[in-house]
Design a protein around this ligand. Structure first.
Ligand SMILES: [Mg+2]
Length: 169
């Protein structure tokens, strides 16, 4: 059977970026006035919580015989700890062993359009997301700045969509 490939972004989709900012020390935070380039703070990606329902939803998609699920995220170029913190985060929330739904299924890229597949669940258009060949499920509330129409405001709406398409077991 031909499985459909689903790529899932991390920040703003399964990872609540703001919770990482909130846990930085005052000293570190002061190094990034107005939070500009705050994603370059060392260790910040290890401090973030998942969004409500996100871990369960990813597990639900990954459990479907009809879907092949991968993480497709971008790590800041100038923050080497982000690259390792992201894999640690996946290990922590999904497990490290072969029975993890995301075992060896993590891709970090600045060119998401180069990945082949049917679905990309992403809150933004950058790093190639807007040029992805399949369907861009533009995750999050309505946002003029991000060009989102709010069709998929949260994980419940995403799961509903896959259910309607008959792609869940
Ligand atoms: Mg994102």
């Amino acid at each position: 059977m031909n499985k459909k490939t689903v790529y899932i972004d991390m920040d703003g989709v399964i990872v609540n970026f703001q919770t990482g900012i909130d846990r930085l020390s005052a000293e570190v935070r002061a190094q990034f006035p107005n939070d500009k380039n705050i994603d370059e703070a060392e260790g910040i990606f290890g401090l973030m919580d998942p969004f409500e329902g996100a871990v369960e939803a990813v597990k639900k998609l990954a459990a479907s015989e009809k879907l092949d699920v991968f993480i497709l995220s971008t790590a800041p170029w100038r923050n080497p700890s982000a690259w390792s913190d992201k894999i640690d985060w996946v290990h922590k929330h999904f497990g490290i062993e072969e029975d993890s739904p995301l075992y060896k299924r993590v891709i970090l890229s600045h060119r998401k359009d180069l990945n082949k597949g049917e679905f990309l669940i992403d809150d933004r258009k950058k790093s190639g997301a807007a040029d992805f060949d399949g369907l861009h499920i533009h995750f999050g509330d309505v946002s003029e700045e991000e060009g989102r129409d709010g069709s998929y405001p949260n994980w419940y709406s995403v799961i509903d969509y896959f259910e309607e398409q008959g792609l869940l077991d």
